[in-house]
Design a protein around this ligand. Structure first.
Ligand SMILES: [Ca+2]
Ligand SMILES: [Ca+2]
Ligand SMILES: [Ca+2]
Length: 135
């Protein structure tokens, strides 16, 4: 259920003030509420996307997770997937989670703080919203 709430909050992000909604998203991904989005917590989010549990998230799985929560998310899901699929294999491997984590971890200390999460997500979502004229 928690993951659905997370996706719903992403949907709200598209319609509302990005900064405010990213703050809310952080409280959902930071499962143990220690102010750090840890690698383990990223892994948990990943497992929710990997519907058939084969340790790879295909574009279909990515779309399904996003579109299931809110059809407005389908609009940006393709672009978000491309940004995350750095090696252009049309799938996000579980082994690439370290790379994904580095995108958030701006200072490279192996911890993603609320401020690092906020900076990355606001930049990413504002870019996608602008590309689709959703601002
Ligand atoms: Ca945490
Ligand atoms: Ca899969
Ligand atoms: Ca950091």
């Amino acid at each position: 259920m928690k993951f659905v709430i997370f996706l719903a909050s992403v949907a709200l992000t598209l319609a509302a003030n990005t900064s405010h909604q990213v703050n809310h998203m952080f409280t959902l991904v930071d499962a143990n509420r220690d102010g750090i989005f840890s690698k383990a917590e990223l892994g948990h989010v990943y497992q929710n996307f990997d519907l058939n549990g084969d340790h790879r998230v295909t574009m279909t799985e990515f779309y399904r997770a996003f579109c299931h929560a809110d059809h407005r998310l389908c609009i940006v899901a393709g672009d978000l997937f491309k940004d995350l699929d750095a090696d252009h294999t049309l799938m996000i491997l579980e082994s690439s989670l370290d790379h994904l984590y580095d995108l958030f971890d701006a200072d490279g200390n192996d911890e993603v703080t609320k401020s690092e999460f906020h900076t990355f997500m606001v930049k990413e979502l504002d870019k996608l919203k602008a590309a689709h004229n959703l601002n």
